[in-house]
Design a protein around this ligand. Structure first.
Ligand SMILES: Cc1ncc(COP(=O)(O)O)c(C=O)c1O
Length: 382
């Protein structure tokens, strides 16, 4: 069998060869512990970490001292949300119905432990209305957590409006920007963001490394750490730093910043090409997400009269997913599709395509052909 065409870039991205090149010396020779400041190995490792910190900060227009390295976005979200909540026992939390489980389930756990929670709905395109956020706010709201870009339907949220609402107020603004960093222009000051989560493996970097932005100026955000230990990362995320991973994240951010606009234009064209092929050959299609406010490479599509499992099983040459990768492993329907009202037949037939940096027009044409053939065969067998 030929290598399947990879169209699942919301689940993870391949390592960019330039990122790998930058990481290799750290895996081979530069093995020092970045906390060992008394010898050259440690100091070189520390210098590499600080260079990466500058690069990551540049991707979101932050100051480098405001970046904390973590093991990925799940951990960044946990430190941001639990860290804020534990500073203010019993305070009110706000989030939205289409967050990643790493945010929603963390908020739900806190709710069970005594932090009141408001989950704000979204419209049929997956956008939250800033007025709904405003209505949810209370005098004791400690945190509002809204994702930048959705991992299933690609919808972008009105971060600037929400940030403006929260500016100078008591509630902190946390943004899970895992799918947006490197794809969407993000400026933490302009958007009024206090905490921001990201992950390297969503932007052509390695798995198991990410970062959390924690605002220091003009107001200093105080979080309670989830672990105690060697005091690394200002005590917020103790543990020996993953130097190769951090170097990879830094280079991935630098590359993404350099090619973002050009890449988005190309991915947008490939997405339209795929949708055009499918629409030409098939009826009963519905596109999930927002027509304009969305990630360029995302195509979430409902295909009437087709079970996604049956569709995917018959497509071994394609690496795509049904709904979100995490919920496709469980039998649960996607909470994102439920939240936008795409339930019933549409929920069952949702196919998530994530087009990425190394995909070609030939791959898109072949992918469309495979999907069309498979859908026709399944419909004919009904
Ligand atoms: C929006 C969002 N948040 C958080 C995560 C979790 O990221 P990680 O795999 O780095 O823990 C993901 C990954 O699927 C995601 O898409």
């Amino acid at each position: 069998m030929t290598t399947p065409i990879y169209l699942d870039h919301h689940a993870t991205t391949p390592l960019d060869p330039r990122v790998l090149e930058a990481m290799l010396p750290c895996l081979r020779d530069e093995f020092g512990n970045a906390s060992s400041r008394h010898h050259a190995y440690g100091r070189r490792a520390a210098a590499l970490v600080e260079q990466a910190r500058e690069r990551v900060a540049a991707a979101i227009a932050a100051r480098y001292s405001e970046l904390v390295f973590t093991s990925g976005a799940t951990e960044s979200n946990a430190i941001a949300i639990q860290g804020t909540a534990r500073m203010r026992p019993g305070a009110h939390l706000v989030t939205t119905a289409i967050e990643h489980r790493a945010v929603l389930d963390t908020c739900r756990r806190l709710e069970r432990e005594g932090w009141p929670l408001t989950v704000v709905p979204v419209d049929r395109c997956g956008r939250v209305d800033p007025h709904d956020i405003a209505r949810a706010l209370r005098a004791d709201t400690a945190l509002v957590s809204v994702m930048a870009a959705n991992n299933e339907i690609g919808t972008l949220q009105p971060l600037a409006e929400i940030g403006a609402l929260l500016r100078d107020g008591p509630a902190l603004f946390h943004v899970d920007a895992t799918q947006a960093v490197g794809r969407v222009a993000l400026d933490v000051d302009a958007l009024g963001i206090d905490l921001l989560s990201m992950s390297a493996h969503k932007l052509y970097g390695p798995k198991g490394v990410g970062a959390l932005y924690v605002r220091r100026r003009p107001r200093r955000v105080e979080l309670q750490p989830l672990a105690d230990g060697g005091g690394q990362e200002n005590g917020l995320r103790p543990g020996t730093l993953n130097v190769p991973g951090i170097v990879g994240l830094g280079v991935a951010c630098e590359l993404a910043l350099a090619c973002r606009d050009e890449e988005n234009a190309r991915l947008g064209r490939l997405r339209e090409r795929l949708l055009g092929h499918l629409r030409q050959a098939l009826d009963g299609l519905s596109v999930n997400g927002h027509p304009e406010w969305r990630l360029a490479g995302n195509l979430s599509i409902g295909i009437e009269g087709v079970e996604p499992e049956a569709l995917l099983l018959g497509l071994p040459e394609l690496a795509v997913s049904a709904g979100a990768a995490c919920s496709s492993a469980s039998a649960r329907p996607s909470h994102v599709l439920e939240a936008i009202g795409a339930t019933g037949a549409t929920t069952r037939a949702a196919l998530r395509v994530g087009i990425g940096r190394f995909n070609t027009a030939e791959e898109i044409d072949r992918a469309a052909q495979l999907v069309v053939e498979r859908v026709r065969a399944l419909r004919a067998a009904r």
